[in-house]
Design a protein around this ligand. Structure first.
Ligand code: PXL
Length: 307
């Protein structure tokens, strides 16, 4: 059910419809576009949501490894978030790589002004290809303040072990320990063993078990980002959390089945923007005129600061 509220902004009547599918991803970039913020945008658009993005870090990586990480100034992250929250509006926030304690602090402070906004938080601690993506201060804040603020967290088994830090880390003990901090937990079983992958959701005191056969072949890049982005989009479109998780898992599995290995390392997900453009949509309907020029006429003015 969509809730409609009306308010007056600078003399204009604006109608705000909740559950418009507006998702703000707060995450790092990835040149392959197979993980992080660019993948989130692809997934949100794929599911019919409206993506908005706040960049937390620039990474240099390929399908084999992460080689550089440059965090963005925390104040700039908060300003990007506010630009999305205060103008277009946001129905659900997806948190990915936050990189530093200063950025986690800035995100938490920004969220303080939006206490009812659903937050789907992927605890990005290390990249699939290795390399730390969150510093120790960030991890401590994640444990202490993000766990209680998040609507849902989506750790894989290694991330859950790091976050929960308990002596006997069985999946059941991990999920209970994390949910005790006040969030729902989707514990992903992709890093486990055996022919079946078992994903566990603990939500409102109920344990939901999702199982599918383990796909053969090399590991995938970006499955965690894609799943959290898919769940966030479904929540932003109005699904209850358990249904959003079920649909997100199904979408992610389909993206893995459609995946490919275009580089020398991990496989990338296959996420199509459907439907593809029709031939009519690709035919220019604007005028276009080409004339011969010599580069000598063009380059000097540009190099001298413009025409
Ligand atoms: O998949 C975790 C992840 C999230 N965000 C960014 C990444 C990665 C993994 O490499 O690079 C930006």
């Amino acid at each position: 059910m969509q809730k409609v509220t009306t308010n007056t902004l600078q003399g204009y009547m604006t109608t705000m419809i909740e559950h418009q599918g507006r998702v703000l991803t707060v995450a790092g970039t990835d040149p392959t576009c197979g993980a992080g913020l660019p993948l989130d945008i692809r997934m949100i658009a794929h599911l019919g949501g409206l993506p908005q993005a706040a960049v937390t870090a620039i990474t240099v990586q390929d399908t084999a490894r992460v080689s550089m990480v440059q965090p963005v100034d925390a104040h700039l992250v908060a300003q990007q978030m506010r630009a999305a929250l205060d103008d277009i509006g946001v129905d659900c926030i997806k948190l990915g790589m936050l990189a530093t304690g200063a950025i986690v602090r800035a995100v938490l402070d920004t969220l303080d002004a939006h206490p009812t906004l659903p937050v789907i938080a992927d605890p990005v601690v290390a990249g699939t290809g290795g390399g730390m993506l969150l510093d120790p201060e960030g991890l401590a804040l994640w444990r202490r303040e993000l766990l209680p603020r998040a609507t849902l967290i989506t750790p894989n088994l290694p991330e859950a072990r790091i976050l929960a830090d308990i002596p006997d880390p069985t999946p059941e003990a991990l999920i209970t320990a994390l949910a005790r901090r006040g969030c729902s937990v989707l514990l992903k079983g992709g890093h486990g063993e055996g022919p079946m992958v078992r994903d566990l959701l603990l939500h409102r005191g109920r344990l939901h078990t999702h199982e599918h056969p383990r796909l053969p072949g090399p590991p995938f890049h970006g499955t965690g980002c894609a799943l959290a982005a898919a769940i966030a989009t479904r929540v932003a479109l109005g699904d209850p959390l358990d249904q959003a998780v079920a649909k997100g898992l199904a979408t992610n599995l389909q993206a893995m089945e459609n995946g490919s290995a275009p580089g020398r390392g991990q496989r990338l997900l296959g996420i199509k923007l459907t439907p593809p453009p029709t031939p009519e949509a690709l035919r220019p309907n604007h005028s276009c005129n080409a004339e011969n020029i010599t580069m000598a006429n063009v380059l000097p003015p540009l190099l001298n600061g413009g025409p």
